[in-house]
Design a protein around this ligand. Structure first.
Ligand code: PLP
Length: 385
């Protein structure tokens, strides 16, 4: 039996059978089990910030796992303190307080619970979230996820969530009343296809929630940690949310999530917890990521990459959207699966995110030369899609 057949026999079918089995990686290159090399332009879904086997990550994780790998929250440890302090400093906030989890959905679950608490304190009754928004697969996060195909069959949900079209400030104004607990918002929608809102939308969301007394929760699980060329996506518009959630890129591939509250509402003792959350190894990895990511490098290679992609003229390519090293190639037809397959054959890992959108979210350490190899190959990849 092949590895693919064994996978299919042993696992639930929720992922289908992924088309490539990866064996190892180094820098921005990964190799499959047959020994074929690929340039990694998806980075484990915007997660492998430092690429693969980066010396800083390897050293931090190896050292930490050999020192102490787990304490539980019965005991504190220095890496978690250093990480929370580092996040506060990057956020430039003295009021920010951190809760560490293991994943994105758990970070949102913490945010959701904080909001429920706020709703009870203030007598508010419903959430607002966006159509096509994605916040995770656990019940709290899923209740806020605006994708009927993955949401509806697991309801009903314990809270009332009202969905508005993404990017429509008037719809937000209508929906966010004085009875609204919180607005959950991605600064750019990720899973929906790397869809940025109109300029100023996030700022308007801040003003509208502020005026109604509702919390603004920024889900930056995919967009933060340098992905857009800024540490945090809300910094692009100079807006501070009430609660911020992080995960993907933070651990550089190790599991970690964070829920940051800027002080309007906090958990009191005993109100939340996680056995693995904030474990020393993941914290050491996150510290290595935050010490290594170079925003100047991201901005520089991203600008060149974007310009080069926009210079590619092909009947299947409609355009490019996104920001920093977080882009979607928008197609003129529903052929993203074909693009993904053709790209893999040509030695590039990309992600067929939507039928007409291909996601690129490479490691933040990728070089201009590496990115150029993809630009050069793109017309032929599109030909074969
Ligand atoms: C990936 C993602 C999540 C869920 O994170 P998991 O680690 O898969 O649970 C939530 N919100 C956004 C915006 C994401 O991109």
């Amino acid at each position: 039996m092949t590895l693919y057949e064994r996978f299919e026999a042993a696992f639930m079918p929720n992922y289908g059978v992924p088309p490539v089995a990866l064996a190892r990686g180094e820098g921005c290159t990964v190799w499959d089990v047959e020994g074929n090399a690929y340039l990694d332009l998806i980075g484990g879904i915007a997660t492998s910030s430092l690429g693969h086997a980066h010396p800083a990550l390897v050293e931090a994780v190896s050292k930490q796992v050999a020192t102490i790998a787990h304490t539980s929250n019965l005991f504190l440890h220095e890496p978690e303190v250093l990480l929370a302090e580092k996040l506060r400093s990057l956020l430039g906030s003295d009021t920010a307080r951190v809760f560490l989890a293991n994943s994105g959905t758990e970070a949102n679950e913490a945010a959701y619970k904080l909001c429920v608490k706020y709703g009870k304190q203030t007598g508010r009754s419903y959430f607002v979230a966006t159509e096509n928004g994605f916040h995770g697969r656990t019940i709290g996060a899923l209740s806020l996820t605006g994708k009927p195909a993955i949401r509806d069959q697991f309801g009903p949900y314990p809270v009332d969530v009202r969905f508005v079209p993404y990017g429509d400030a008037d719809a937000l104004k209508q929906a966010v009343t004085e009875d609204c607990i919180a607005l959950f918002l991605e600064p750019t929608q990720g899973e929906a296809g790397v869809v940025p809102p109109p300029d100023g939308y996030f700022q308007q969301a801040r003003e509208i929630t502020e005026a109604a007394g509702a919390l603004l929760v920024a889900d930056e699980i995919q967009s933060a940690i340098g992905r857009t060329g800024h540490w945090f996506a809300h910094q692009v518009e100079g807006v501070t949310p009430d609660i911020l959630t992080l995960a993907k890129g933070l651990g550089g591939g190790l599991p970690i999530g964070a829920c940051v509250s800027f002080g309007k509402i906090l958990f009191d003792k005993g109100e939340h917890g996680s056995t693995f959350g904030g474990n020393p190894v993941s914290c050491a990895a996150a510290l290595a990521v935050l010490d290594t990511v170079d925003l100047g490098h991201v901005e520089q290679v991203a600008a060149g990459f974007r310009a080069a992609l926009e210079g590619v003229s092909h009947p299947l390519l409609k355009g490019v959207r996104g920001r920093g090293l977080w882009l979607a190639l928008v197609l003129n037809a529903d052929r993203s699966a074909g693009v993904q397959t053709a790209a893999a054959k040509a030695g590039f890992l990309v992600n067929a995110l939507q039928p007409d959108a291909v996601r690129l979210a490479p490691p933040l350490v990728i070089t201009a030369e590496e990115l150029q190899t993809f630009v050069d190959a793109l017309p032929e990849v599109l030909d074969h899609a």
